[in-house]
Design a protein around this ligand. Structure first.
Ligand code: ATP
Length: 216
């Protein structure tokens, strides 16, 4: 489904990724671990097309996509949730969700069907649809960020530390929602340091100073 071969990335002269290769199969949950600064965010950003200067081969559904801009990768089914969530904090929960529905992949489900599914996955959000995103806790914002990406109908989710820095009760809700999505066949590549999803993953890869330790 997704294949990465020999990916290098640079911030100016500083190289952040060195010859990284990995793959994510249909419906697979793959976790990337590594210390702060190991290159996890840079890797996910490079895959979605918002990273720094990069070189290497990225294949999605048998098509090379490394020259595609981010919006084209999103339309092709790659969904990304950044560590900093990137919500429209001046808009309500509902508005954040419906704005996303107009972008993303042309999946089979209609926006209304996706909205129903997202509400079923995150019942917590249903009670705060008209609240401004700026008035939500960190964990609630993290849920909204994931819900918003789900509104685009992704086939592969790229998640940067989805369970980091949120209340334990919301960590459990987030983990359960992600495992439910995995059971429904959504593939995931998740960067995390806290071992929440790693124990459920088909594979755990380790990045050390921009290099992949284990065979991907
Ligand atoms: P963290 O968990 O702390 O986010 P990470 O594993 O995601 O760490 P990256 O954020 O990808 O690591 O950082 C990889 C390397 O690239 C680090 O050496 C970091 O200092 C550097 N780096 C990251 N972002 C930038 C940037 N915008 N400009 C310059 N260097 C950067």
């Amino acid at each position: 489904m997704l294949k990465v071969e020999g990916l290098n990335a640079w911030y100016g002269q500083a190289q952040a990724l060195f010859d990284v290769s990995l793959s994510v199969g249909e419906g697979e949950l793959v976790v990337i671990q590594g210390l702060n600064g190991a290159g996890k965010s840079t890797l996910l950003q490079s895959l979605i097309g918002i990273g720094p200067r990069a070189q290497g081969r990225i294949t999605w559904q048998n098509e090379p996509i490394q020259t595609w801009p981010a919006h084209r990768r999103a339309r092709a089914g790659l969904g990304f949730v950044a560590e900093d969530r990137r919500l429209f904090t001046g808009l309500s929960v509902k508005e954040n969700l419906w704005i996303a529905a107009s972008s993303g992949s042309s999946a089979q489900a209609s926006p209304a069907q996706r909205f129903e599914r997202v509400m079923a996955l995150f019942p917590q959000l249903q009670t705060m649809l008209h609240r401004s995103a700026s008035q939500m806790s960190g964990g609630e914002q993290q849920m909204l960020a994931l819900a918003r990406t789900l509104m685009t109908g992704p086939r592969l989710l790229l998640l940067d530390e989805p369970c980091e820095g949120i209340a334990p009760v919301l960590v459990a809700a987030m983990r359960d929602a992600l495992l439910q999505l995995a059971r429904e066949g959504v593939a995931m590549l998740v960067a995390e340091q806290n071992n929440i999803l790693a124990q459920h993953a088909q594979r755990v890869l380790v990045l050390t100073s921009g290099r992949m330790d284990s065979a991907a």
